[in-house]
Design a protein around this ligand. Sequence first.
Ligand code: GDP
Ligand code: MG
Length: 441
Amino acid sequence: MNVVAERAILVALTLKGEHIPLDDRFAELCALTESAGGNVVGHLTQRRRLPSGRTYVGSGKVKQLRNLADSTDASIIIFDHDLTPSQIRNLELATERKIIDRSELILDIFSSRAATTEAKLQVEIAQLEYTYPRLREMWDHLGQVTGGAPVGIGTRGPGEQQIEIDRRLVQRRLKQLRRELDEIQQRSVREVSKRNRDHFTIGLVGYTNAGKSTLFNALTAGGVRAHHQLFETLSTRIERWELGGGTGAMLSDTVGFIRRLPHHLIASFRSTLEETVHCQLLLIVVDAADPNALTQLETVEETLSEIGAKNQPRILVMNKIDKFQDASERLIWVSRYPEAVQISAVTKDGIDELTDEVRLLVIGPVREIVLSLPSKSSKAIDFVEKRTVVMSRDWEDDRSLYRIKIGLRQLKQVLSREKDLLIDGQPASEALDQLWSSSPL
Ligand code: GDP
Ligand code: MG
């Protein structure tokens, strides 16, 4: 299925119990359609208690849909709901247009964005899993549909035998894809754990379009293109973020979360999402200028707990403050989330504050101490010289004495390079507990 350059009509029903405003749903479906390269030429809505079993919308609405499609010269109709194969078939027959649902639309976007081997495998698996249960229904109505043939199954004649052959082919292909994906993922699990051992890792998470990639670029001066398209980043990208004072961390830009992500997509992209579980710090980016910011933040928090990311510290980042009309908008956010950092990834306002806060978390609580270590321990000395705030230096026999300001995490890094440390004259192991349990400087 390819939505590029199609003229699209969007359909959303307000069903009993639906709480998300229709405008928001159309806005999001419209953004998704444009992201897939389509043009929205009309939309249609209906209020119903329950969807109709046959055509989802009522029969009068189907006629209206057909007329709207004719008058706007639309080639495709996109539903904001998941449809059953027979609903799709009935609708296609009645409107003589291609019908796709929200899941298919998102799949289409994912497939056009997949850049890495892993992402491509994930997309193909998700597509096959989506297609597989629909094969029979598709064969049944192929040929009956006039405008364009659905989903890349080809246009050979239908038949029981053909369905069986296709089923087996799909299953065999799925098996092979899963095996390949498994290998890649095992490799990446090893890479993730190595990365966590060698570096402090930070993940950018947030609703799609919150500004994660723009912020990623601003922080790492890296090469990810920020773009007004959803799901630009399908697989994780990682770059070093210089935090100042010789401290750095590995920052990863992840795929955005979206409300009602089709469940088979969550399953397929689980591993990509789950990389965030292993990060040591999460930056939750919110588009504070979006009227739906609060709902989006909820979606993000739900998704995070779904994938089991609950153990690491988080910093809430309110982005796009340059879009605020006046200071009161800023104050509303301050009163709601006083702990959040307010920034603009575009004007770079607040980026320094964010960097400072993250740096403090990375190095751990800071104390001023006198550190004594063997002068020949060049690796540990190098670390102290480059990464801590040195107030004074002294030498005594074969030992070097440093008066420094150092974070707990940094001190542990020194310890991993040199065991023979004295802190304020005591063995490191004793001093560590004592110093870092008292109040900070
Ligand atoms: P992502 O989906 O979270 O990675 O979002 P992107 O970084 O791709 O940004 C989505 C859109 O928001 C792009 O058009 C960006 O230019 C825009 N954007 C990102 N940050 C800011 C900001 O601080 N201010 C403004 N005005 N626009 C921003
Ligand atoms: Mg992005």
